[in-house]
Design a protein around this ligand. Sequence first.
Ligand code: BEZ
Ligand code: FE
Length: 298
Amino acid sequence: MSTTPEDLLTQAVLARLDEATDPRFDQVMRSLIKHLHGFIRDVDLKPEEWMTAIEFLTKTGQKCDDKRQEFILLSDTLGVSMLVVMLDQMRKQARSTGKHAMTEATDATVQGPFYWPGAPDLPLGSDIRQGAKGDATFYSGRVTDTHGKPLAGALLDIWSGDGDGFYDLQIKDAGMQARARIRTDAEGRYWFWSLKPTFYPIPMDGPVGSMLNNMGRHPNRPGHIHMMVGAPGHVGLTTHLFVSSSPYLDSDPVFGVRQSLIVDFEQQPPGKAPDGRVMDSPYWSAHYDFRLEPQSAS
Ligand code: BEZ
Ligand code: FE
């Protein structure tokens, strides 16, 4: 097979990496250059199309500030964030179990842009809504390791939007709402009150919104509550619980839904709730057990 001038160009660019001293940098850049050149050949990219792409990336950068990260949104909506999350979980589990397959730790999913570090440490059973709108929901379950051993004092760092689909960060002067850090009891159990989250649109007023419109895609994430779960000596987990009755479970714009994270929110009649609280109107309950992988000895 004859070598074309275009092939020689790709080879010349790759050859400029010969002096790179960091082997991982070398590996990543070599692959990036090969795939990028391959992509341009594959679609036979025209100069004006490349300029459109450069303008899109420029606008993506210009949309970013300390509250808005349009590049992460781009990564999320192209499934890149989720792919990185899945590979990371698989790699950590393979290292800790010696197996190159998913074991039964709870599935991870994307963190998203609305995590706000420093949520209050609240006692078990607290109502974490702190004024957020939404139907009262009793959340409960256990945190165990992957062998079923309860993890006492495991930390759940919890956040969600409200019953109207807004995060506190999106509401002027709301302060922290529907966020808390809660620790499991001696038997690994947790319970707290919050609200039943609804679906909401990811930000559409930037270049990523235009991209989704051009793709004919909708912006709505299905209703979910976020949790980071951690315990000493165990691989930490960033995940969500999704409301099983929510629309958009099969078309999450950031590809974060995993079947194992879909939970039935059950409507309960007024009366005594499982923690003894007396409810004068119907409420929801959601139950979920989290499993964390023990860290490898190394
Ligand atoms: C979220 O769930 O908070 C989220 C995730 C990715 C993009 C936008 C929002
Ligand atoms: Fe969210």
